[in-house]
Write a protein that binds this ligand. Structure first.
Ligand code: FES
Length: 166
């Protein structure tokens, strides 16, 4: 039998997006039925679910980690962290969309043949989207390997991908 962890863990980092996730947990309560809602919130804020976030959710909801992994891998709408060496998450929330996030996605497709959820054939770069990173004043916002960058332009993102591909 797999036991749930006793003491809830702290968030995996001091990234303020965890505050959004913690608010969802508080609102829904640490219960079984909250799991899908909380996983959705993590994905919308970060673009994907990775090991530290799944462990955090399991601990906060006092659920066995195996159950959380099971749900995250069963439903096709959950995106697990892709295999690329580097990860770029483009925010497609309203503020970022208005400020040109779609142009960033178009550049990724045109110049790197990358679409949402895709990884370059050399395994260097994975591209994902999120709904709102909570940094709307920086729109369009992008997260490069966990670091939020603001007012990103196509050339900058292209240069970053080229650097990662070296
Ligand atoms: S809409 Fe992109 S950070 Fe909020």
């Amino acid at each position: 039998m797999i036991l749930a962890m006793d003491t809830p863990m702290a968030p995996p980092s001091d990234d303020k997006r965890w505050k959004i996730v913690e608010a969802t947990i508080r609102r829904n309560g640490a219960a079984d039925h909250s799991l899908i809602e909380v996983l959705h919130t993590v994905q919308q804020a970060f673009g994907y679910l990775d090991d530290p976030s799944l462990k955090f959710v399991a601990s906060q909801l006092r659920l066995p980690l195996a159950k959380v992994y099971g749900v995250a891998t069963f439903y096709h709408f959950f995106q697990l962290k892709p295999q690329g060496e580097h990860t770029c998450v483009v925010c497609m929330g309203t503020a970022c969309y208005i400020k040109g996030a779609n142009k960033l996605m178009a550049m990724a497709k045109q110049k790197h043949d990358l679409e949402d959820g895709g990884t370059t054939p050399d395994g260097k770069v994975s591209l994902l989207t999120a709904r709102c990173l909570g940094s709307c004043s920086l729109a369009p916002a992008v997260v490069y390997d966990g670091d939020v960058a603001g007012r990103v332009e196509e050339d900058q993102m292209h240069a970053r991908f080229e650097e990662w591909k070296k």
